[in-house]
Structure formats: structure tokens, C-alpha cells
Design a binder for this molecule. Structure first.
Ligand code: 9Z3
Length: 321
């Protein structure tokens, strides 16, 4: 896709997307995280995950959203942690989260029971106990979650709107620039291509009494361009390409690599994204497939994606040394 305002994306970011009030604070946290893990010789991956919300009014009643559940980002975070990476998880508020995602479809109240001690009156509250059968593998998952938390390997950062996403991604890129090629960007979030600039946005709720709604939206600046060129030029950068028409997917993925000159594109189609992706690099193309047998064993395609990319990242670091 052609570049839109590539020359001055920084200026556009500042002028048209409100800086979140906590941006500086978050940047400090990310810098400290990168420094600590970098000093320990660890690699750090920044994962973006979930959709973005694009407001239609500045006192927002309505917004444009998209389908992304954040499952790809959340499960990938777990596989990166298992591979020894420290993870900054830049995710959409309320999208799926590492480890808890495994229980997202479960109503917590259906997993708990009240046990009354013998002789206690029926009016006493009793002890609440967990029915482990209602939470598959809960002991193992809880142990891993607690290890990751205690060791400080996971830094979760939330965003809701497109503006927050863009500014926090820039802050993350700057924070990670200190660890050079040991930083990976894994941009799995489904980011809106369109937005309404603050200057064109009505302040108040759009009135239906004014008749059918017509909106005109601008192109979101292609943030991958300054990320690769200016903000984190030594990092290993992976973008994701999503299409609904499989016939254009690989061509679009290659075009993205040509345009931004980053290291790889993970290409996927909406309906088949849980079982099939292609990892495209300038010289290679790897099809990753989850068979029915894999699914029955509980395997996930993110395990394969992360193995493929961590191996490629090792080669990238070696070349850089
Ligand atoms: C992806 O392609 C992700 O794999 C999915 C994962 C969002 C499909 P879920 O969150 O889905 O597990 O439900 N992410 C990138 C999508 C995207 O918007 N890419 C842009 C494009 O295709 C480039 S940045 O043009």
C-alpha cells in the first residue's frame, strides 16, 4: 500500500492523536524493564495484541471497532515466556490475557463451591473451594503464571483507543532501542487503517434526528515505517498481514516487506487463522499448519509461529554480532 504522510509521521502523531496522560510513566517502566532484562542477557519481545477503538465523537458514545480477540497475542506471550524471553504485552483493554485466556469462556461462579464445616450453622459463610475439574490444568497454569509474575518477566500495558496504541508503541520502540538486536517486535494487534482526526470530530453525540450518517475517515499513518527506520532500527521486527481473500494474501505480505524492509510478515486469513499461517521473509516462505491430530492434543499454532521466529531471531542476532 502507498505511504500516507510518511515524511512526517511524528508530526502527525503529535498533532492528530492525543498523547495519553500516562505515556511518560509507561515509557519509564518499559525502559527499566528493557534495561533490567538486557543487562541479564535476555531477549525482550514487545507483543501488540487485540483490536483498536476509533471514536466517532470526542465525548465518545460511538466508535468503530474490529473483530480481534487478542488470542494470538496472549497465547504467543506464553510461548515466548517459555522460550526465555521477557515480554512487554501491549494489549487492548479487556482483550485476552496470557494464562487467564485459557479460562475466558468459564463463569468463575460455576467453578466454586461453599463447604460448611461439620456443626457450623447454615447461616455461616463457610469456606470457598475450587472445583479443579471445572478449570482444566489449573494447578499447572497457576504455577507458571505465578513464576512469571514473581520473576518479573511479563510487563502488561493496556490501550483502548488508536491514539493510545500509536503513542505507546512509539514509547515502547524508544525504550527497547537500548537493547539493539535483542529486541523483537511482534505486531499482532489488528490496528484500524482509518480514523477521524480530533479537529474533524463532533464534540457531542451524533444526532439520529439529522438523518443517515455519512462519515469520512483519514488513513492512519503507517507506523511500521518510522518504527523500522528511526525508532528501533536494530530490532527484529515482525508484522502481521490479515486478509479475507486468500488469493491476495502472499502478494500483500511481500509488498509489506518490500515497503518497510523489516524482517518477516506473518500472513493469515480471517477464517483459517487458528490453523494456518505463512511466515514470509525476504528469502523464505514457511507454511505453518495445525493438523486435526495437533488440535486433539491441545496444540496451538502460536507454538509453531514462536519457534519459527525465535530461531530466526537467533540468526539475526548472530549476524549483528
Ligand atoms: C493479525 O493478523 C492477527 O493474526 C489476528 C489474530 C488479529 C488475525 P485474534 O486477535 O486474531 O487472535 O482474534 N494481526 C494483524 C492484523 C492487521 O490489521 N494487520 C494490518 C494489515 O493486515 C497490518 S498492521 O494490513
Amino acid at each position: 500500500m502507498a505511504e500516507h504522510g510518511e515524511a512526517n509521521i511524528d508530526g502527525k502523531l503529535a498533532a492528530e492523536f492525543a498523547v495519553p496522560s500516562h505515556a511518560e510513566e509507561v515509557k519509564k517502566q518499559m525502559s527499566a524493564f528493557a534495561e533490567r532484562h538486557g543487562a541479564a542477557g535476555r531477549r525482550v519481545v514487545l507483543i501488540t495484541s487485540g483490536g483498536t477503538k476509533v471514536p466517532l465523537e470526542s465525548r465518545t458514545v460511538r466508535f468503530l471497532d474490529n473483530f480481534s480477540s487478542g488470542r494470538r497475542g496472549a497465547s504467543s506471550a506464553e510461548y515466548f515466556l517459555d522460550s526465555g524471553y521477557a515480554v512487554i504485552f501491549l494489549h487492548r483493554h479487556r482483550s485476552l490475557y496470557p494464562y487467564t485466556r485459557l479460562y475466558s469462556g468459564i463463569n468463575i461462579l460455576d467453578t466454586l463451591q461453599v463447604q460448611h464445616e461439620d456443626g457450623a450453622s447454615s447461616s455461616s459463610c463457610g469456606q470457598v473451594v475450587v472445583n479443579q475439574q471445572a478449570l482444566p490444568n489449573i494447578a499447572k497454569v497457576l504455577k507458571r503464571y505465578q513464576e512469571v509474575k514473581e520473576e518479573g518477566f511479563l510487563l502488561p500495558i493496556e490501550f483502548s483507543t488508536l491514539s493510545e496504541y500509536l503513542h505507546l508503541l512509539k514509547a515502547a520502540a524508544q525504550a527497547l532501542s537500548t537493547i539493539g538486536s535483542r529486541a523483537m517486535f511482534y505486531l499482532a494487534a489488528a490496528v484500524s487503517d482509518f480514523y477521524i482526526p480530533a479537529s474533524d470530530m463532533p464534540e457531542h453525540k451524533i444526532q439520529s434526528s439529522n438523518g443517515p450518517l455519512q462519515i469520512s475517515m483519514k488513513m492512519v499513518p503507517k507506523i511500521l515505517s518510522p518504527l523500522v527506520k528511526d525508532w528501533a532500527p536494530q530490532a527484529f521486527v515482525i508484522s502481521f498481514k490479515l486478509e479475507t481473500d486468500p488469493s491476495i494474501l502472499l502478494d500483500k505480505a511481500r509488498r509489506a516487506l518490500d515497503t518497510y524492509r523489516h524482517q518477516a510478515v506473518v500472513a493469515n486469513v480471517l477464517d483459517t487463522r487458528r490453523g494456518y499461517v505463512v511466515v514470509v521473509t525476504p528469502d523464505t516462505q514457511a507454511e505453518l499448519i495445525l493438523t486435526d491430530e495437533d488440535v486433539n492434543k491441545g496444540a496451538e499454532i502460536e507454538d509453531q509461529i514462536v519457534s519459527n521466529l525465535t530461531a530466526a531471531h537467533s540468526q539475526f542476532i548472530t549476524k549483528d554480532a
